[in-house]
Design a protein around this ligand. Structure first.
Ligand code: ATP
Ligand code: ZN
Length: 210
């Protein structure tokens, strides 16, 4: 039988829950942080440990057959993959936020302003849908401090509790997208009997946790 490959995050917010879900699904494997790939001892599966940003393309291109990644990353990468299952963890929202003292009152107030983000594709789509002409400043990290530094008038970023916004003198302004971790597969892979069996097991773990 062909060995199916599933890509999960190597370290970060989704790693532990992805590993837990696979272990609860009856898979036995070593979670070596140092190795990129771990064989599963009791199922025809290999686990690839990757940066989350790489997972959508790896699955689209068939380097991995399956992947566990946030919907936010899939949307940003604009890949063509099959959604197999929402997983109920890694929940967050992508929000626009402005400084507490900002004079921006509504969405149209963003016209002519600059917005810092590491999600330029999702933001661009949202701005176009709302006929807003704003400048997108793409930055790779610490988006929350850009407004304080005078680099932008607003930010667009992941928010889960809102604590980071608050401690940077920012307030949420508009909800753009909700996200959670999902199981994705390369197109056509759902027909594979090994994938079907794994999906059944994952779904029964999720049902038991409800
Ligand atoms: P990597 O090193 O794999 O690139 P990362 O730093 O990009 O990791 P993490 O911060 O570990 O990513 O977040 C992974 C995913 O967890 C996010 O893409 C998102 O789907 C989800 N998530 C849930 N809550 C949050 C949060 N508060 N901040 C950031 N991501 C969150
Ligand atoms: Zn990442």
């Amino acid at each position: 039988m062909k060995t199916i490959k599933i890509a999960i995050q190597k370290s970060g917010r989704l790693n532990e829950k992805s590993v837990d879900l696979l272990k609860k699904s009856g898979l036995s494997f070593e979670n070596y942080k140092s190795s990129l790939i771990s064989p599963v001892n009791n199922f025809p599966l290999e686990i690839l440990f990757l940066r989350d940003d790489d997972i959508p393309e790896y699955v689209q291109d068939g380097i991995a057959d399956l992947g566990i990644v946030g919907e936010n990353v899939i949307a940003e990468k604009q890949v063509d993959v099959t959604y197999l299952q929402k997983l109920g963890f890694g929940k967050c929202s992508l929000k626009l936020a402005i400084a507490n003292h900002s004079d921006i009152k509504d969405l149209s107030g963003l016209n002519g302003k600059s917005i810092a983000t590491s999600y330029p594709v999702i933001l661009d789509k949202f701005l176009k849908e709302n006929n807003i002409d704003a400048e997108i400043r793409e930055i790779s990290g610490s988006v929350e401090i850009s407004t304080n530094l005078g680099l932008s008038d607003a930010i667009f970023d992941i928010v889960s509790t809102g604590g980071t916004l608050k401690s940077n003198g920012l307030k949420p302004f508009a909800d753009v997208m909700r996200s959670e971790a999902v199981l994705i597969g390369k197109n056509g892979i759902a027909k594979d009997p090994v994938v079907f069996e794994l999906l059944q097991r994952i779904q029964s773990v999720l049902r038991a946790e409800q």
